[in-house]
Design a binder for this molecule. Sequence first.
Ligand SMILES: *Cc1c(COP(=O)(O)O)cnc(C)c1O
Length: 371
Amino acid sequence: MDLEAIAHNVAVLRERSRAPHFMAVVKGNAYGHGLLETARTALAAGADWLGTAQLSEALALRRSGITAPILAWLYLATNAGGAIAEAVEHDIDISLGSPAQLDVVAGTARALGRTAFIHLELDSGLSRGGARHEDWPALVAAARAAELAGHVGVRGVWTHLTWADVPAHPANTSAVAGFERAVREAHDAGLAPTLRHVCSSANILARPEFHFDMVRAGLAIYGLSPAEHIDPADHGLRPALSVTAPVVLVKHVPAGTGVSYEHRAITHESRYLGLIPLGYADGIPKGISGSRIVMVGGRRVPVIGKVCMDQFMVDLGHETSVRVGDPALLFGDPAAGAASADDWGSAINSHGDEIINRIAPRLQRVYTHGR
Ligand SMILES: *Cc1c(COP(=O)(O)O)cnc(C)c1O
């Protein structure tokens, strides 16, 4: 994990953004990069907000001493286990999108004698969190009443776009127009939110007119492609994460040797096989078998045979200079000749985000500053 790459990417994106505020999205253990290390790096590099999905992640940041503003948008609004009370006590901003959620959050704040800061979420089409347009007037009216009673403060109004990963999609323009209408309705109800936020990574790069007061950057701060036709390198972004393992065994096998379970692969001539101690329990997708995607001994070699739970084999060729202990680079910075996480994603008909997010906790994380 190259923290310098994350710092660099935050600085590049912050420079690109027209919005005065910049949220680094660190949900999912910072997309596998490490919650705390990433959060600290992003804040030092110019992010002034942190975003998490789950409240538990936001609380973990606070417990580690992070005092920057944090928004969490996914939680069970029953105050089960006192989670919402804990969030309010720890100054975590909470998103909500229904009067029922508002009741619980406002009631919790009232019981604590505190004000809960909230961001009202508009459902602009995703049909995920947030209030639909027809339910929005009731939500803003209830929020204004709770605000006047001193239980909540409406700090933000936000939405997440259905076509967040397809910036040119025409539906984005109409969704943002709907968002602007929702903001006007919030003002008409007497609210004065200072943070309007819409954009995730792809639209930060492609749609500056959607930046409003804050952008929410995930994939791009990790140097990964946020959309089909956006190459992070074209924007000066560098991947922070590389995955390496030593070759733990080099073995010569004759022509006609079946490799791995069910002998899905059979050698056509005598080969050297390299054993890599990572498998699907570590997040290596089974679908990667057959792809020439692992860098060993200065070149890319294919994964041969089925990926096992803890290990897989690479085909080192008819002759090889690779020795036990040599490093195999699974993915990393393409500028250094490696396959990227996005290349791995493409090889399994998915995207780099799925690859990095499935890297298992048992892989040792090593943090560097620069390559
Ligand atoms: C994950 C997420 C983001 C960040 O998206 P990226 O495409 O990774 O930049 C932003 N906003 C919300 C609501 C999210 O869930």
